[in-house]
Ligand binder design. Structure first.
Ligand SMILES: Nc1nc2c(c(=O)[nH]1)N[C@H]1C(S)=C(S)[C@@H](COP(=O)(O)OP(=O)(O)OC[C@H]3O[C@@H](n4cnc5c(=O)[nH]c(N)nc54)[C@H](O)[C@@H]3O)O[C@H]1N2
Ligand SMILES: Nc1nc2c(c(=O)[nH]1)N[C@H]1C(S)=C(S)[C@@H](COP(=O)(O)OP(=O)(O)OC[C@H]3O[C@@H](n4cnc5c(=O)[nH]c(N)nc54)[C@H](O)[C@@H]3O)O[C@H]1N2
Ligand code: SF4
Ligand SMILES: [Mo]
Length: 693
């Protein structure tokens, strides 16, 4: 028997991008574990990916191409050959492209975060075709935009220093579920005497284990940050030297913050004046003692109308108290901007050859699939090629999305591992390889290591990698540019820009052997300023924002839907709802892995005892959650984990595995954030009632 161990990387949309060791016995993968030597993985994986073998060898894997035989949505298919599948797709795409290639739309996100199996061959393919461009905004662009205006780019505190912080604010994130290796560091900090504070409307698994939990109303984070600034300034808990040398616009910020008294802040956020005062004082006083103070800001607070401004406002705080002076101080939202990935070479925008196709926002796919040709829109969408995403389950305002994909005149191709909710609407389904079956190179958004993924096993059945599928499609379309012949290995070897000082040491052959390699980065990136903003300073005042039509100073933008901002709507739909990630799923991935679904049970709705009693709802009752956009059912959990006025439905369930064939996105809206054109998944009002049996 031959036993080998293969170095791999976790492909999932998770900040941790773990280093994996895959045990292979006679060509069969038998175990996936964390690399004990990798400094952030430290030999530990989350429960989900510990089950990667179960997912890879799952009996429901799609293992050969399929053609639809039933009605759209029914999920009935017949087996066809790769030749038939590729020929049919090429014929349909040629036909549409002859009228206008913008009628063709790619739809993809981060099913895999790999640079190769993400957007390399696919991007080249769609650029050459002149297809519509997709704005990949479904997750992080509100915060990334707000952070960029303020700090200059997606960079911040290095994960590997958080254990040395003395105060950590975990703001809008639930790392026990979604950023496990940060939580390890936070716990080590706790053992060394640090205080952990969770800022979250919901008593999440993480909030439960922090020293303090501040349960503010959803969408009020910018107000809390402004209130903290008010106190820091009023009580002179500032680092004047850092402010003078490394920030821009302090005088204007001071005027703005003056408006945010602790009383106004507390009323806006639905918390106490003491909570505001004590948080600000602890934040300022810890820094005053020259101790590191860090913020781990995450995505929960961005999924509302003012999501960009919320991130921007929080991102101003470390500069006010000079927290950036310490390696363990500052703030981390995402480290993605640290990676010089080689997008010019990988994506090949030059293949557009001067054309500028229209752009479609993936958040508004529901409306856009239902639109007719129009001067302000362009041609009707006639074909969608979906890969690395499951839009029918994850995109907002789901009944519209479903209606769009149900269009008889829409040609849909889905590259997948499993028969997801989206696959049910496909005309052609193509079997894709999993991370164990293909090669890839990875960046990360929670640490600073370039990562390699070696193929551990041969492709299952007739599955092919995404890059290979687009390579074959390019051939069928008659594209002869040499870039369409590059192998997955050749693509991986170009992953990072070796001319960039942070990646000069990148070498694919050695990365493959070692598995990982840290970027060249200073320990405390902004200790001496040097922010990558236009002014080189942390911009409290941003002229760029003014030029972009935004308030140049931090400000609170109320949610579209809340009791305070829309009282008329709140009469009808009095409860705010959020649907953050369930611990055992990764977005909608893993929902079909039996052992993980069994742990989550079934779709739940957490509701405060007061709100439940007012509606005659008991623990365990089936409830209907609804608003003008739609409804879904879930089993009520009556618990004060959800603050009064808020209901929480951990997500993202496959619709077809829920009792009513629906999930939380029935009630979410397609409205966009203040900046970054991102979704507002947690900005909505609903009513809840006992479901009729
Ligand atoms: N297990 C697991 N891990 C995941 C994912 C998953 O689905 N499952 N998804 C991955 C992806 S794609 C992403 S983007 C990240 C997301 O990572 P995080 O943003 O850390 O997501 P969550 O862990 O749900 O934490 C969000 C928290 O924000 C809170 N929240 C909601 N609204 C507000 C608000 O207005 N203000 C504040 N302060 N808090 C609010 C929620 O109650 C929730 O506890 O996680 C990644 N990791
Ligand atoms: N209500 C609500 N909705 C949300 C969110 C929320 O918190 N609440 N979160 C939002 C966020 S943050 C995000 S990032 C999006 C995520 O939305 P998506 O990016 O669509 O993520 P997944 O649902 O995990 O779907 C990814 C799919 O890619 C497939 N896949 C994985 N690897 C490969 C591969 O190598 N090749 C191919 N062809 N397929 C592959 C998987 O099988 C899976 O079905 O959802 C958003 N939707
Ligand atoms: S999902 Fe996240 S925590 Fe789990 S193995 Fe992958 S990178 Fe690590
Ligand atoms: Mo995400």
């Amino acid at each position: 028997m031959s036993i080998t161990q293969v170095r791999a990387a976790c492909p999932h949309d998770c900040p941790d991008t773990c280093a994996l060791l895959v045990t292979v016995e006679d060509g069969v993968a038998t175990e996936v574990k964390g690399d004990p030597e990798h400094p952030t993985t430290q030999g530990v994986l989350c429960t989900k990916v510990s089950r990667y073998i179960e997912r890879t060898y799952h009996p429901d894997r799609i293992l050969h191409p399929l053609r639809r035989v039933g009605k759209k949505g029914e999920g009935k298919f017949e087996r066809i050959s790769w030749d038939e599948a590729l020929n049919e797709i090429a014929a349909r795409l040629h036909n549409i492209a002859a009228r206008d290639p913008q009628g063709i739309l790619p739809y993809s996100y981060c099913g895999t975060m790999g640079l190769v199996q993400g957007e390399t061959m696919s991007s080249r393919f769609f650029n050459k075709l002149g297809a519509s461009l997709l704005e990949r905004t479904i997750c992080a662009t509100a915060g990334a935009t707000g952070y960029k205006y303020t700090v200059g780019g997606s960079m911040g505190t290095d994960l590997e220093h958080f254990q040395d912080a003395k105060l950590i604010l975990i703001w809008g994130g639930n790392p026990i579920a979604s950023n496990l290796h940060f939580w390890t560091r936070a716990q080590e900090a706790k053992r060394r005497g640090a205080k952990l504070v969770a800022i979250d409307p919901y008593r999440s698994l993480t909030a439960e284990k922090c020293h303090q939990h501040i349960a503010l109303l959803p969408g009020t984070d910018a107000a809390l940050a402004l209130g903290m600034m008010h106190v820091l300034i009023a009580e002179d808990l500032l680092d004047h030297d850092y402010i003078a040398r490394h920030t821009l616009g302090f005088e204007q910020l001071k005027e703005r913050a003056a408006e945010w008294t602790p009383e106004r802040t507390a009323a806006t956020c639905g918390i106490t004046v003491d909570e505001v005062l004590n948080l600000a004082r602890e934040y300022g006083e810890t820094a005053r003692r020259h101790e590191p103070v860090a913020i781990r800001m995450n995505y929960g607070l961005q999924r509302v109308r003012g999501g960009g401004m919320a991130v921007r406002s929080i991102a101003c705080l470390p500069a006010l108290i000079g927290a950036w002076r310490h390696a363990a101080g500052g703030v981390q939202l995402s480290t993605s901007g640290s990676f010089p990935s080689n997008k010019v070479k990988l994506y090949r925008a030059d293949l557009l050859a001067g054309r500028t196709p229209r752009t479609i926002n993936m958040v508004t796919i529901g409306d856009d699939l239902l639109r007719e040709a129009a001067p302000d829109f362009g041609p009707k969408v006639e074909a969608v090629i979906v890969y690395n995403s499951n839009p029918v389950a994850v995109a907002p305002d789901s009944s519209k999305v479903q209606q769009g994909f149900a269009r008889e005149d829409l040609f849909t191709v889905v590259l997948e591992h499993f028969a997801t909710d989206t696959v049910d609407y496909a005309d052609i389904v193509l079997p894709a390889t999993t991370q164990l079956e293909h090669v890839d190179a990875h960046w990360a958004y929670g640490h600073l290591y370039m990562m390699a993924n070696n193929a551990a096993i041969a492709p299952m059945g007739e599955a092919k990698s995404n890059a290979e599928i687009f390579r074959l499609l390019a051939q069928r379309m008659g594209y002869d540019d040499p870039c369409f012949h590059e192998s997955d290995e050749e693509l991986a070897a170009q992953a990072f820009d070796k001319t960039h000082p942070r990646a000069v040491h990148f070498d694919w052959e050695s990365l493959k052997r070692r598995g990982w390699q840290k970027l060249n980065m200073p320990d405390a990136p902004f200790a001496e300023g040097g922010f990558p903003t236009p002014s080189g300073k942390c911009e409290f005042y941003s002229s760029q924002m003014a030029a972009d039509g935004l308030d140049p100073l931090p400000t609170w933008i109320p949610p579209y839907e809340s009791a305070a901002s829309n009282p008329a709507l709140a009469e009808k739909y009095p409860l705010a709802m959020i649907s953050p990630p369930a611990r055992n799923f990764l977005n909608s991935t893993f929902v079909n892995v039996q052992s993980l679904r069994a742990t989550e049970g079934e779709p739940h709705l957490d509701i405060h005892p007061g709100d439940a009693a007012a509606r005659g709802i008991d623990h365990g009752d089936m409830v209907r959650i609804f608003n003008d956009r739609g409804s879904f059912t879930a089993k009520a959990r009556v618990t004060d984990k959800a603050r009064a006025g808020l209901v929480v439905g951990l997500s993202i369930w496959w619709k077809k595995l829920a009792s009513d064939g629906k999930n939380a996105n029935e009630v979410t809206s397609q409205r966009l954030t203040d900046m970054g054109r991102a979704p507002t998944f947690y900005d909505l009002l609903v009513q809840v009632e006992k479901a009729s049996p």
